[in-house]
Every structure is written in C-alpha cells, then in structure tokens.
Design a protein around this ligand. Structure first.
Ligand code: SF4
Length: 362
C-alpha cells in the first residue's frame, strides 16, 4: 500500500496525540491511518500502546460455552446459527452447578475473569434465574464475570448488573454499510441499543468485529470508526479474523491479506488507546510471526484453550511457548504472586488441550 501525503499528515497528527481518547473520528482519518507505510503505522501503534499499557503483558481470558448451537440468528459466519447445517452438536443451557465447578477450576488455575457465552438471540425470561445464579456464584468466588447472551433489553441489563456481572460482550461485527450482507435477523441499531443498555446499567463493554468476511477496506475503517465513536470506548475490543466453517454461507469467501489484518489491529490500537485489543478468532490460521506482529501492533489480549466457541484455537501450550519466545507475560491477578500465577497458568493451559466445556471466543 502506498503512502499518500494525507497519510503522512495523519502520521504526524496522531503522533502528537498519542494519549488522546477521541470519539469524533472521520472515515478519511481512519483510511489515512490504514494507508500509512506499514512500519510507520506499527511504530505509532506501539507508541500508543506503551503510553497506556505495560508493553509486554497480554491478558488471557477463558470462556465457557453455557449453551451451544441452534441460534435463531442468521449470522453468515457462525456455525452456531440454526439456519445452517454445520454438523455442530447442540447443547442446552448448562446446569448452574456445572458452570460453577468450571469457574472454580478456572480460578484455581489463576484465572481472574470467567466468561460465559450462550448462542441466543437474547435471553428469555425463563432463563434469567439460572443466568443470575451463575453470575452470583462466579462473583462469590472472587472472579470477575463476563457474559455474552445476545441482545439485552434495559431491564435485563440492570438485572445482570445488579447480580454482579462486570462485563458484557456484544459485537458490532462489521460496518453499518456491510452489515446487511452478513446478518438479516437483527439490525445494527439493535446492537447499538444493547450496548447502550449495558453501558447505562454500569457494566463494562466488550465489543469488536470480524474481518475477512468479504468486506471492503472502507468497511473495516467504518467498523473501527463506529467502535471508537461510541459514547465510551469498549473496555475490550475483540478483532476476529473470519474462520471459514463448512456449511456456513462464508465458507468460500476470499482470504484477507495478513498485512491488512495486522493493520486493522494497529489502527484499532491507535483509535482505542485505553482498550484491551483482543486477538481473537482466526489465530489458529496465523503463524507465530504473524501473531508476534499483531502483539507489536498493540493486541494485548487473547483467549486460550483449543476452541474459540466452536472453531479451532492454537493449542494452549503453543501460546505459552510463543509468549516465552517473545518475552510476553500474562497480565496478572493482583492477589496471586508472580511465580504462582505463572506456574498455575502454565498448568491450566496444559490441562486445557481437550476440554469438553471450555471454549474461547470473543
Ligand atoms: S454469532 Fe451469536 S447471534 Fe449470531 S448466529 Fe452465532 S450465536 Fe447466534
């Protein structure tokens, strides 16, 4: 990609605003960042990253799928959608006790946050008592709690916040312009409304998108612009590379160039300077060098385990090996000593190579 004079101007402008949190990005500004020479873009992203985070720390999260498959939505990338036949085994909502057992195991291994995901359009009222018990139980263990359950109304968001839910994940997925090509069963505004309910209820927001779905470069810029121009930046921003699953409508879409993905991470880091940018789905298709460039570009969060919801994730011990090669440390829970945390985490990662219940997503 060639540098343009406007891109060079964008470079000098953003260099002087390394620490600023903005909510007024224009598409032209975002496109100019994408158009920077690769090294200039990564340098800026790394500079922003170092201004806001400990440079060699990556947050590691664990997620349990509490209800799998048969979702009523038609997200074209998703093997959990009931609209497509991907051979995925469906599971009902897990019993509360099973969820708490898994949460305790995660805590014993050093986890600080426990994320629970359900493939729903939205939680039904009959599900809420179980969901609340899960949140209360996990919270009582001293863990941070995170859920992704689909759309929420304002009352549901308040109920979850009162129960102790710290984070809610709900992605925008793509640009408003491309959105209709990917999902027809809920609107972009539905998603923005859910995010608004979550924020108003006082919960932290985990919200990102997916690239490599056949969208244009403008769509990638527009997605990041939407995220950065929300009233508050999401505390976590998962950037997913599409995993093409057989049976979904996107199974044969063209691959996204690896450098374009790394640029997306870097631009996200610059525009969302205080957010954890999560290198999410698609990591299993990335070699170590590409992942290292993503970390350099400002990604500072991953999921571990061998599944990302229902798709592959790199083997967990490969993550630890890569961390060692790069001198990266897991972001730590405050009440666990450095050595104990590292040992427990390494242990947990080894043990999670074939977990029937653990998934990693975002
Ligand atoms: S992405 Fe979520 S809402 Fe969409 S089909 Fe999959 S589980 Fe359902």
């Amino acid at each position: 990609m060639q540098a343009t004079s406007s891109a060079i101007n964008a470079s000098s402008t953003t260099s002087t605003q390394v620490s600023s949190v903005r909510h007024n990005w224009t598409l032209a500004e975002v496109n100019a960042l994408f158009a920077l020479p690769f090294n200039d873009l990564l340098f800026q992203a790394q500079t922003v990253h170092r201004a806001h985070f400990t440079p060699n720390e990556v947050q590691i999260s664990t997620l349990l799928s509490i209800k799998t498959g048969a979702c009523a939505e038609d997200c074209k990338y998703c093997p959990q959608s009931g609209h497509y036949n991907t051979g995925l085994e469906r599971e009902r909502l897990l019993e509360v006790e099973k969820v708490l057992t898994q949460a305790q195991a995660a805590k014993d291994k050093g986890a600080s946050r426990f994320c629970m995901g359900a493939a729903w359009s939205n939680p039904k009222q009959r599900d809420m008592p179980y969901i609340i018990e899960m949140v209360r139980g996990v919270k009582a263990m001293g863990l941070e709690t995170c859920m992704t359950l689909g759309m929420l109304d304002s009352d549901q968001a308040k109920t979850l916040a009162t129960a102790g839910l710290d984070y809610y994940n709900h992605n925008l997925d793509t640009s408003p312009e491309f959105y209709g090509e990917i999902i027809t069963t809920r609107t972009y505004q539905d998603r923005l409304d859910t995010l608004s309910h979550v924020r108003d209820a006082g919960m932290k927001v985990c919200c990102g998108g997916i690239v490599g779905m056949g969208e244009s470069a403008n769509d990638r810029s527009a997605l990041l612009m939407q995220l950065a121009n929300l009233p508050e930046h999401p505390q976590s921003v998962p950037i997913n590379m599409l995993v093409k699953v057989k049976g979904t409508p996107l199974e044969n879409v063209d691959d996204l160039d690896a450098f374009e993905f790394i640029r997306t991470i870097a631009v996200a880091r610059i525009m969302l300077p205080e957010s954890h940018v999560r290198l999410s789905a698609g990591r299993s298709r990335m070699n170590e060098q590409m992942q290292a460039l993503c970390f350099f570009a400002g990604a500072n969060s991953i999921f571990y385990g061998d599944k990302l919801l229902t798709t592959e994730n790199p083997e967990a011990d490969a993550d630890m090996l890569l961390f060692k090669k790069l001198g990266i440390n897991p972001e730590q829970r405050q009440d666990v000593s450095d050595e104990a945390h590292e040992l427990a985490l390494a242990d947990a990662i080894k043990e999670q190579q074939n977990p029937p219940l653990y998934h990693a997503a975002g």
